[in-house]
Design a protein around this ligand. Structure first.
Ligand code: OGA
Ligand code: NI
Length: 356
């Protein structure tokens, strides 16, 4: 083993490591303190567990705007904040190839992966989650996170420098899911009966796109850790695919935590900041997932669609630029709340004093 790897592991286990995956290889019997994260809200158990709605893109595309599939999309977004998308049209052989490339990536020796290592103070790169204070509990995960669009924001040492077959397959995949995201957003605009669905399409066209590949190693004491703590995504929509069909993703609906049972050959679509979710891990199997986040362009205004509000129907949320939104999203501690809640206009308290 190279010195870098060994040094990283031989430090006190309470100190964050270069790669959790490597730490786990040392056959840990106990979870280091930094990762112990007790008192999580338990899953809610029902006799019959509610299943995440399944939306069929083919039906959505084929039917007219009064279709029942569109109705289902509408209620999924409004009442669930997520859905599984089937018949999405993205080539399954390409998805399988990407999954295989990603599984290979995590098998690379740490010395190889080190060229992608997240640098101090940066969000992008490979490694354990960024920690902001010495007493912060750490998620049981290694991540590879990078901005993928617009092209000029790509960091040369990340995606352009990936092993060529991973890079090329990732490129194809991103082009496909980008097209798919526009279809989904277009259907959401239809479901909302927006007079002008271009309003959504324009702000997302060639918008910000980033990718987070999550590697959750098996954990000797899974009940003591969390793979990804409760959060909402800073995105318009997120398209998630699970590399190996290992369960673990959970989401909050009407105050209760429910599991996602992945539907084969589907993508999970998360309505960005509107959905609180988290990931648990298990003792015998690693879990790998690929999340692609779709956002408007930096200069776009985001807020209630202008065609939906008027003096009789005043906006319930503020309008801010995408740039401002990102800045605020990452500078606040959300305490389990979605950022969206902080965007609500409180007419009583502020008498309409908002940043419109
Ligand atoms: C995320 C996320 C879920 C998963 O990366 O934001 O929520 O299943 N991932 O890994
Ligand atoms: Ni997420």
């Amino acid at each position: 083993m190279m010195a870098t790897t060994h040094e990283a592991i031989s430090v006190a286990p309470s100190v964050p490591v270069l790669s959790l995956q490597e730490l786990v290889k040392e056959s840990l019997s106990q979870v280091p303190d930094r990762y112990v994260c007790l008192n999580q809200d338990p899953l809610t158990l029902f006799d019959e567990m509610p299943a995440v709605p399944v939306i069929d893109l083919k039906k959505l595309a084929a039917e007219d705007i009064t279709s029942s599939e569109l109705e289902k999309l509408h209620s999924s977004c409004k009442e669930w904040g997520l859905f599984q998308l089937v018949n999405h049209g993205v080539s399954s052989s390409m998805i399988e190839k990407l999954k295989a490339e990603i599984a290979e990536f995590f098998k690379l020796p740490l010395e190889e992966k080190a060229q992608y290592q997240r640098k101090e103070g940066e969000a992008e790169g490979y490694g354990p989650i960024r920690y902001l204070s010495d007493d912060q509990k750490l998620d049981w995960v290694d991540r590879l996170y990078f901005m993928s669009n617009p092209l000029h924001v790509r960091k040369p040492h990340l995606m352009p420098n990936f092993p060529p077959s991973l890079r090329d397959t990732m490129e194809l995949y991103l082009a496909e899911v980008q097209k798919l995201s526009m279809k989904i957003l277009g259907s959401m605009a239809e479901a909302l009966k927006l007079k002008d669905k271009k309003e959504i399409e324009e702000i997302f066209d060639d918008g910000l796109q980033s990718v987070r590949i999550n590697y959750y190693p098996p954990c000797p004491q899974p009940e003591k850790v969390i793979g990804c703590g409760s959060h909402s995504d800073a995105s318009g929509i997120t398209i998630l695919t699970q590399v190996n069909q290992v369960e673990g993703l959970q989401f909050k609906k009407d105050g209760t935590w429910l599991p996602v049972n992945p539907h084969p050959d589907s993508f999970l679509v998360i309505i960005g900041d509107a959905l609180e979710h988290r990931v648990t891990v298990n003792s015998d199997t690693e879990r790998i997932s690929i999340a692609v986040f779709f956002n408007p362009k930096l200069e776009a205004n985001i807020g209630p669609a202008t065609t939906l509000v008027n003096p009789q129907i005043p906006p319930l949320f503020k309008t801010v630029t995408m740039k401002q939104y990102i800045k605020e999203f990452f500078s606040r501690k959300l305490d389990g709340k979605t950022f969206l809640e902080t965007m609500k206009i409180n007419y009583k308290a502020s008498n309409g004093d908002c940043h419109m």
